[in-house]
Design a protein around this ligand. Structure first.
Ligand code: NOJ
Length: 551
């Protein structure tokens, strides 16, 4: 496909790719309504190609009432008019391919929108109907069925059940506008297989699968009898009543057969939150999904030992099933990593804004570490996911006024959970004041951008060799050209103190060194290809990383 990736077999592109997450509503607003759209993405495709990525993953763009930013889909075969038209979507796919970029879409099979025609039909048809059997309707408990069928909780807060007018309850592991489908139902399976083919026929290269660990539910629907913490956590035994159950794998085997029937084969990446890497590797067996996000990497604190453990455990787990590793630092659901690494305390996972409340942020430190983390991630064996804006070093917007927040988690918990809006603020492209080129002059982005982002625009950074953008561009260029990078092997290089450094070599002739300690360190022999901070008398400063050509 692209001349630079000649050393990678085509069908295996996903094992090495750098994939850029386009959060469409915040990427670029072509029509000035304050919300990003397909026209905006198409306009920036050359910019993305120049950045040096291999593929885009576009968050849900289907018609949706947008109660959960598009993860509440009312029609899986069309485009939300806020984002554009189906013709524009097809043109985007073709434009991307012409530029050597692949396109991954987001599919949401665990639940539909409550405005989906199936759910509307289920409401009208009533208890016991085949329409209701596509979802998880149950009678309530209590003398008049006035209590929910069990004690399950919504991920966004509150009960996971809502009662309808005729007295039955339906399950929603997320918002009440996101009813869960029943994946033992044949209509459900057939419908999603047809949706996959619809988009694969349009040329889409793969799918990111939302909540891939959630589709199977224990038919007995037993109470959990636990607190909210445990209710949300999958177990390592496949016996949680709604997370990471073994029955879910049958669905992925059927989906794999569909992807494999295409030439070139289409690929999947699972959003699967599991207790450990061993459980995650079940999703990656050769007849299931190709890759899965490595959230253990994203959740690791900035600390050599913790990151090394994550790297070892994830590599060992994927090796057992012949899959490739993936690496990710940020996405639209977690606090941006500049702000996570800006915290003094790194001894627990800090991926939600609620965890960070009341802790001071040193954004300069967070930025330094993020530069080093980028070089670490891009050097590790496998593929990686970049979340739009991380190449600009954007921090989390932690002080969004409540009135502008849209995340259902904020609303359902009455603000106990501050929500995910702060990592979704529209991208600053250019200029001196909002909308910073996100949309036309005078347009108002759906979330306000901080005035201070004027120094972080893509335009400002393009003119500065020491910017985060310049670092990402240089690193992605080397990553594409260097035969040692992408999929393959690595070896820890333990001549440097493993308590405060992460150092590894990759063949042929490449080393990556990250310094987590308090003092500058000497680098192994070799030429420095790229460093995240300026060397001081030839030494690598703290919170910095370097790539070397060795031997
Ligand atoms: C995971 C998505 O990434 C998140 O944004 C969404 O709210 C939930 N799944 C529910 O679909």
């Amino acid at each position: 496909m692209s001349p630079a990736s000649h050393h990678r077999a085509d069908a295996d592109w996903h094992r090495s790719a750098a994939i850029y997450q386009v959060y469409i509503r915040s990427f670029r607003d072509g029509d000035g309504d304050g919300i990003g759209d397909i026209a905006g993405i198409r306009e920036r495709l050359p910019w993305l190609a120049e950045l040096g990525i291999d593929a885009l993953w576009i968050n849900p763009w289907y018609p949706s009432p947008q109660h959960d930013a598009g993860y509440d889909v009312s029609d899986y075969r069309d485009i939300d008019p806020r984002f554009g038209t189906i013709d524009e979507a097809r043109e985007l796919i073709d434009d991307a391919h012409r530029l050597g970029l692949r396109v991954i879409l987001d599919i949401v099979p665990n639940h539909t929108s409550s405005e989906h025609p199936w759910f509307q039909a289920a409401l009208t048809a009533g208890p016991g109907s085949p329409e209701r059997a596509r979802y998880l309707f149950r009678a309530g408990r209590g003398t008049d069925g006035e209590l929910p069928p069990n004690d399950w909780l919504s991920v966004f807060g509150g009960a996971a059940w809502t009662r309808v007018a005729d007295g039955e309850w339906y399950l929603h592991l997320f918002d009440s506008t996101q009813p869960d489908l029943d994946w033992t139902n044949d209509d459900v399976r057939a419908e999603f297989e047809s949706i996959l083919r619809f988009w694969f026929d349009a040329g889409v290269d793969g799918f990111r699968i939302d909540v891939a660990h959630g589709l199977a539910k224990d038919p007995e629907m037993p109470d959990l009898g636990l607190g909210p913490e445990q209710l949300l956590a999958p177990t390592a035994h496949g016996n949680h009543p709604h997370w990471d159950r073994d029955e879910v794998h049958e669905v992925w085997q059927a989906w794999r057969r569909i992807a494999d029937a295409y030439d070139p084969p289409r690929v999947y990446v699972a959003e699967a939150w599991t207790e450990d890497d061993e459980r995650l590797s079940h999703y990656l067996r050769p007849d299931e999904l190709h890759t899965a996000f490595n959230f253990h990497f994203l959740r690791a604190p900035w600390n050599a030992a913790a990151l090394r453990d994550v790297v070892d455990a994830s590599r060992a787990a994927v090796a057992r099933v012949g899959a490739a590793s993936t690496w990710v630092l940020s996405n639209h659901d977690v606090v941006r990593h500049v702000s996570r690494y800006a915290r003094e305390r790194q001894d627990r996972s800090l991926h939600s804004l609620g965890d960070l409340r009341g802790t001071a942020a040193d954004l300069e430190l967070g930025t330094l570490r993020s530069r080093a983390a980028a070089l670490l991630m891009l050097a590790l064996p496998g593929s990686c996911y970049l979340y739009q804006g991380e190449e600009l070093g954007l921090p989390e917007v932690e002080d969004l006024p409540d009135a502008v927040k849209q995340d259902p988690a904020f609303r359902r918990t009455k603000g106990v959970d501050p929500g995910r809006d702060g990592c979704r603020v529209p991208i600053p492209w250019s200029g001196e004041r909002p909308p910073f080129g996100f949309g036309p002059e005078g347009s108002e982005p759906w979330l306000p951008q901080p005035a201070g982002w004027r120094t972080l625009t893509a335009e400002a950074q393009a003119a500065d060799d020491s910017s985060m953008l310049a670092l990402y561009r240089a690193a992605l260029r080397i990553r594409r050209e260097h035969p040692a990078l992408g999929d393959g092997d690595m070896r820890w290089f333990d001549e440097l103190d493993p308590a405060v450094t992460l150092a590894f070599t990759r063949e042929p002739g490449f080393a990556c060194v990250v310094n987590f300690g308090d003092s500058p360190i000497e680098l192994p022999t070799g030429d420095v290809l790229l460093a995240s901070a300026e060397l001081v008398d030839g030494l690598l400063p703290k919170d910095a990383a370097a790539w070397l050509r060795t031997g």
